[in-house]
Structure formats: C-alpha cells, structure tokens
Design a binder for this molecule. Sequence first.
Ligand code: PMP
Length: 316
Amino acid sequence: MARNYREQSKMLEWAYFEGEIVPFKDANVSIGTHSLQYGTGAFAGIRAYLSADGETLNIFRLKDHAKRLLNSARLLRSEIDLTPDSLAQIIVDLLEKNAPSNDTYIRPFFYKPAVQLTPRLRGIGDELGVYMLPLGDYLPTTGVKVIVSTWLRVPDNVIPSRGKITGAYVNSSFAKDEAEEQGADDAIILNTSGKVAEGSSCNLFIVRDGTLITAPITSDILEGITRRTMYELAVDLGLKIETREIDRSELYIADEAFLCGTGVQVAPIASIDGRKVGDVPGPLTAQISDRFFKMVRGQLPEYSHYLTPVKVKVSV
Ligand code: PMP
C-alpha cells in the first residue's frame, strides 16, 4: 500500500513554523520530537467564517482562543514569549498570506521541539506552529446520535482537562472510536465521579423544563469557548441557564440536548444510548443555534467585537 500519510492537498499552502511563514510541506519536525513522543503539546482549533456578504473572513473569538492556548502552554511550562495579542497577530498574518476564499479552520500548536528522551516539561525549548485548512460542518447539524462512553474523562489532576493538551486526546480518541463502532456520531464522556463531562471534542448542554443546563468547569471539561458563547447568548435571550453537575440519567430524560464546540459548532442530539431526545432541534436549541450561526457570519452587530475581520481573496 502506498504510504500516503503526508497527503496535504487539503491544507492551505502556508504555515507558521519556527518563527516564519513557510510552505506547509516544509513545516516538519523530527520523529524524535519530545511532543510527538510524549504528548507534551498544546493546541487550539479556531474557525474563520466567510461573512454574509462574502467579502471578509471573520475569525471567531480569536483573542479568547489565543488566551486559552497560552494558558494551556503555561500548564506545560512553556517559556515562549507571546501575549494573546502577538499570538493573534501571527494568526491574522498567516490567514492574510493564505487568503482562502471559504470557511477556514485554524490550528495553532505549541510543542516541545527537542529530540530528548526524558519525559519532562522544563528546559527543553518551546515552539509554535500554525496551519490552516478549509472546513465545513464536522458533525451533522441536523441531529446526531451519541452514546455514553465506557471510557472516563481524564481528571484534571492526571492531565489538566481545562487545557487543550495533545496527550489527553488519546482519551477523546478512545471514546470517538467506541461511538463510531456502535454506529453513533460521538460519545458523551463521564468524569471519574460518574458525572457528565463533555463530548469527545465538544461541550454539552441539556434542556430540562425550559432551563439550559451545562456542567461546571470543575467537572473535568475543557473550558470551551463555544460553551461560554452559548451561555452568553442564553443570558442575552433571557433564557434560564444553570451550571451544575449533570447525572447520566438526566441525559435520558432531557427535553433537548446539544453538543457545541468550534468544530461541531452547535449540533442538536437526536438520541443518546438509543433513547430518543425530544424534538430535534428542540425550541431552545433552535433559538440559540440560529443566533450562533448569525453571530459567526457577522449578521448580529451587537456581537461584532467577537469577530476579527480579515480581508481575503474571494472566488467569483
Ligand atoms: N471539549 C473538548 C475536549 C474539545 O476538544 C473541544 C474543542 N476545542 C471543546 C470541548 C469545545 O471547545 P471550544 O468551544 O473552545 O472549541
């Protein structure tokens, strides 16, 4: 079989690597790289949406992503000297250079480049890489099927769950495989206390009796930026919202449920462990999702501060 691992036709041409913009095909590291061997990297996933008028790509909540990524890097004791503003500027410059003409996914990545045998965090150097690719819907936005995984979420005092740390995504990968092998789209992962944590790469909301409910950031979840956005939208819409621990059995009697995250955006859940969830999308999910998609496309001026507009070449 041809080894086509480095097929990269989907990637945008330019990447940021070791302090400069280079062709993506040249942005390569050694097989001995510490972060590759030990999972000592931290990453972000950011979306840039083509504006409703098709003239601009709007990066959604860039500063918040930059700040969370730097915090993840801090957890890994990174000594890289960047601020949220300077990191955001690197991303904007690269997006301008690539000038894509459609929705784009941005993947900045801190890693420890040293070819070094000892698993440790300190004193082995830090680098930043950024690459980009076109991305449409990652999960269907018309109703997904999920299972509750038999794998438990990595607890914060094993690998910090609030950081987007590469090694911890082995946990997400186990859960995702389990879901797909059972014919589902994604898995809900419980934490080691048996409470609901999140999806394999997304947060979760349920609705019970007209109240939106999401797990607290101390339930071993990623501090999701879309989750925070959902919260803000709910408050602005005057909806009732609670942040509290969620039991597994509540999933089975929820009136509505949805996953949210940069990749999945807002994905209403149609069934959980074979049990049908109310209407898909339910009324609150539909309301919040409608506002979300308008917001990211720049159609709600009151949220324009969350968008970083980048002028790009548009296909005619
Ligand atoms: N949880 C996990 C484990 C994730 O990987 C993601 C995706 N970043 C999320 C939640 C959602 O976070 P965000 O809304 O910031 O993308």
